[in-house]
Design a protein around this ligand. Structure first.
Ligand code: ZN
Ligand code: ZN
Length: 337
């Protein structure tokens, strides 16, 4: 067993604390990682608020960057000292129809960091090597960490719209994912409308290349009036209002990509979906290739997150701020080396 300081959820819905715990040595196909940085994701809040947990106590966190410290048995292709990125997707079965078709993220037998395996909001963590990404040396850890979830999801969601350069996309929610999605959409030559309720977040979106920013209220009607609607909308927040407005904002034949996990049950109008030929897609993480792409893009300066770095001990307080929507960009725990 190895000691580590970690952000711990002791019981379902229980408080989050920072404690020294013991983690097991890496098993077959796993490595021990000295964590450099780990981002806070909205999904960590969802896990912390779940009535039932698959593992408790649980170390939270699924946006981790670090270096391999030790290899478990049977690990090929990785060495001690390698710099890695670890995501929510820890391991999958490799055999099912989803795994065989590049849709590993839908594998029914997947395991997940910070959910049913201990996560990366810790000084040390053990992770399977299956879905680890190589992280360029020139990326600061605090900027690389958000790419493991926010960046990966945002890049793949922008790809999922299927839009061509010059087409218009409305991005709803300018938080951790949204401010990266603006950069990715610009990279793909799309015209970007950014929508949020926070003026500070819209200001950042304009700086990152959004051609129009809108306050969320009545954004759908405003976009219909101004452009006759947008070609696609991507919802990167859990706000039911954003989902409603994003649907309204679409042109005929438009595509709605839903990314922000919400436990609410907003209505999507069936009548308009059919008569306007709207495509509605749920979207979650991305492909292995897309995970590699976000690191390549970041190394050339595309999709660099705005980061609020904090020491691990402040994680409970930062989670409260995330819950209240007070963070601009991504909050990232940076470990003392
Ligand atoms: Zn996440
Ligand atoms: Zn599978």
């Amino acid at each position: 067993m190895l000691p580590t300081v970690a952000v711990l959820l002791r019981a379902p819905c229980g408080p989050v604390s920072v404690e020294t715990i013991s983690i097991p040595e890496p098993g077959a196909g796993e490595v021990l990682i000295r964590v450099e940085a780990c981002g806070l994701c909205h999904a960590d809040l969802l896990v912390a608020g779940m009535q039932k947990l698959p593992l408790a106590p649980l170390v939270l966190g699924h946006e981790g960057i670090g270096r391999i410290e030790a290899l478990g048995p049977g690990v090929d292709g990785w060495r001690a000292g390698d710099r890695v990125g670890v995501t929510f997707l820890a391991a999958t079965c490799g055999q099912c129809e989803y795994c065989r078709n590049g849709l590993e993220r839908f594998c029914p037998w997947q395991s997940n960091m910070g959910f049913n395996r201990h996560g990366l909001l810790a000084e040390r963590a053990v992770a399977p090597v299956n879905f680890m990404a190589r992280v360029p040396e020139n990326l600061p850890a605090a900027e690389a960490a958000p790419l493991c979830c926010a960046g990966w999801s945002a890049w793949s969601a922008v790809c999922e719209t299927g839009l061509q350069p010059g087409q218009r996309v409305a991005l709803f929610g300018m938080g951790g994912l949204g401010h990266l999605a603006v950069q990715y959409a610009r990279e793909r030559g799309l015209r970007v409308v950014a929508v949020d309720v926070s003026e500070a977040k819209l200001h950042l979106a304009r700086k990152l290349g959004a051609e129009l920013t809108l306050n969320a209220e009545d954004a759908g009607r405003a976009l219909l009036k101004r452009y006759g609607g947008v070609d696609a909308a991507v919802v990167l927040t859990d706000s039911p209002d954003a989902i409603r407005e994003s649907f309204r904002a679409l042109k005929r034949g438009g595509t709605l990509v839903l990314v922000g996990l919400s436990t609410a049950r907003p209505e999507l109008p069936l009548f308009e979906t059919i008569l306007k030929g709207i495509t509605v897609r749920g979207h979650y993480l991305g492909t292995r290739e897309q995970l590699e792409e976000v690191f390549v893009l970041a190394a050339r300066g595309v999709g660099r997150p705005q980061v609020e770095a904090f020491p691990l001990k402040d994680a409970p307080r930062m989670m409260e701020r995330l819950k209240r929507g007070e963070l601009v960009g991504r909050a990232v725990a940076v470990m003392e080396s």
